[in-house]
Design a protein around this ligand. Structure first.
Ligand code: ATP
Ligand code: MG
Length: 495
């Protein structure tokens, strides 16, 4: 049972309701009316017949929602006689039966503006156009296809990514064409299975897309099957291009490796500098006293020879220490604008008389107009010597060594390429190549310091060095060094 208070508020709510509302008996006598009805007529509505009061008739109106509701025993809507639709809304009467058990006891009848079909269609069209725009301008590619794979939706990003025009895509492109190999089948299989976000769905599925150009594009795919009455009717996929993300990740990895490398080089440098310093002093003593003995004593030839041998070996030690100090940046570098073609030729000249070069064909492809690079020529000799020696050692005495120089298209660097026809470098070795002491050579044949020295030299010159395998055969080392400032060009050759 409703409380008096509840009834009071219900009545207030009905009155506050801006639509006209009456309750009528099955023979159309007005049983109750809200305030907007009372405002329509001077007479008291309750107790009158609605057709009499509102339409001045002696019998129920022909076009009456309550009459229809009485006949059909369910809610009914009728347009108001003589009214026209305005702004897409049609004024109507709405009648709703009130039951007492099985019997209709009364009707609620009220005014109601119903949107016309035109308005609904217009709204539908607007919402379709909006949806279309939304899909068309989505940052990710959106592609939808029917169950035979015929594409019927291909947005602007899809045109950009896959390289097909919209016309091409919609006229004869099949979803199988935008994946390499069995890709489309794999995607459908994963989508129908439960393991990628539930049946009929695919969440962050990493695969490759196939562009018109033949390029395979790494993508992350969100897709789903579209069902109608439980039947698969289409599928829709959202493709996210991963190339940029992969590029950034690679750059980050490279930076990390370089940082690690630099850190290692720095600590190795400190160690070597310390050792060099410690050796230099006793070495000075050995040389000094050996010389004193030679000068102050009248020695037998045999002893003299031995002392001279001591001096010679001590001198070699000094040279090694010097190299070590250079390696660890402890000596002053002389930076000059150098012709690196010349430095390369000079290094080659020093090396090629060695037995190891006997069956090596040497190809020079040197850019005659190579800009000079601001560099320490001594260090350039070290750099080229290590790379050339590595290349020739890798070819094991037979093959072709190619030296190429070229001005880098960015106009700020010169590029030097040293390539060979040896066995190339394994994937694993490629990641450790420039680390100190990394070597694949047997003990006594390699210390694994050549490339880390090369790395250090290039780094000190503000350049970069990388290694890769030639597509045909062998390895290629690519060095980029900054060119000398224009004003400094034309200065001495600096060797
Ligand atoms: N041109 C090349 N072809 C194939 N592998 C190479 C080439 N250059 C270098 N490597 C590989 O890189 C490793 C490291 O080279 P790195 O010059 O640093 O040391 P190393 O030559 O072994 O010893 P070191 O130069 O100190 O005598 C080599 O052992 C070899 O495995
Ligand atoms: Mg080496």
């Amino acid at each position: 049972m409703r409380t008096e208070n509840e009834i009071k508020y219900l009545m207030k709510a009905i009155d506050a309701f801006q639509k006209r509302l009456i309750v009528i008996s099955p023979d159309f006598e007005i049983l109750a009316a809200n305030t907007p009805i009372a405002e329509l007529t001077d007479r008291e509505p309750v107790g009158n017949y609605c057709y009499e009061l509102f339409n001045d008739r002696s019998s129920p109106c022909d076009n009456c929602a309550a009459r229809e509701a009485l006949a059909d025993k369910r809610p009914s809507v009728c347009p108001k006689p003589g009214s026209l639709a305005q702004k897409g809304l049609m004024p109507c009467y709405y009648a709703y039966p009130i039951y007492n058990g099985e019997e209709i006891e009364a009707f609620v009848s009220m005014d109601f503006d119903i949107p016309t079909i035109d308005l609904l269609e217009e709204k539908l069209q607007r919402s379709n156009a909006f949806l279309e725009k939304l899909l068309q301008s989505a940052v990710d590619c959106v592609v939808a296809a029917d169950m035979s794979g015929n594409i019927f939706l291909f947005n602007e990003s899809a045109v950009d990514l896959f390289g097909y025009s919209l016309k091409e895509a919609l006229s004869n492109l099949n979803v199988r064409d935008i994946y390499p190999g069995d890709g489309a089948y794999e995607v459908m299989k994963a989508m129908r299975g439960p393991s990628h976000g539930g049946k009929g769905r695919l969440i962050t599925f990493h695969t490759n897309g196939l562009a018109k150009s033949g390029e395979q594009i790494p993508i992350s795919l969100y897709a789903s099957v579209i069902y109608e009455d439980g039947k698969e009717i289409a599928s829709i996929g959202f493709f996210h291009d991963l190339r940029n993300r992969i590029k950034i990740r690679k750059e980050l990895e490279t930076t990390q490796v370089q940082l690690l490398q630099a850190e290692k080089m720095a600590s190795l440098g400190k160690l070597a500098a310390g050792v060099a310093h410690q050796i230099n002093n006793p070495l000075g003593g050995i040389i000094l006293f050996a010389k004193l003995i030679l000068e102050e004593y009248d020695l037998e030839d045999g002893v003299k020879n031995d002392i001279e041998r001591i001096l010679k070996d001590a001198d070699r030690c000094r040279n090694i220490v010097k190299e070590l100090l250079e390696f660890t940046r402890q000596t002053r570098h002389l930076m000059r604008p150098n012709d690196l073609n010349h430095a390369l030729k000079r290094t080659l000249f020093l090396l090629e008389s060695q037995a190891l070069f006997q069956n090596i064909e040497i190809k020079e492809d040197l850019d005659e107009n190579l800009p000079r690079a601001n560099s320490d020529v001594q260090q350039m000799y070290h750099l080229f010597m290590n790379l050339i020696l590595n290349a020739v050692q890798a070819m094991d005495g037979k093959g072709t060594l190619t030296l190429k120089t070229v001005a880098h298209p960015d106009k700020n660097h010169v590029q030097i390429e040293i390539s060979d026809t040896g066995p190339g470098i394994s994937e694993e070795a490629l990641t450790q190549l420039f680390e100190p002491f990394f070597t694949t050579k047997e003990e006594g044949k390699g210390t694994g310091l050549g490339l880390s020295l090369a790395y250090n030299i290039v780094e000190n010159h503000g350049g970069s060095i990388s290694a890769e395998n030639n597509p045909d055969q062998g390895a290629i080392f690519i060095i980029k060094l900054p060119i000398a400032h224009k004003k400094k060009q034309g200065e001495e050759r600096g060797e």
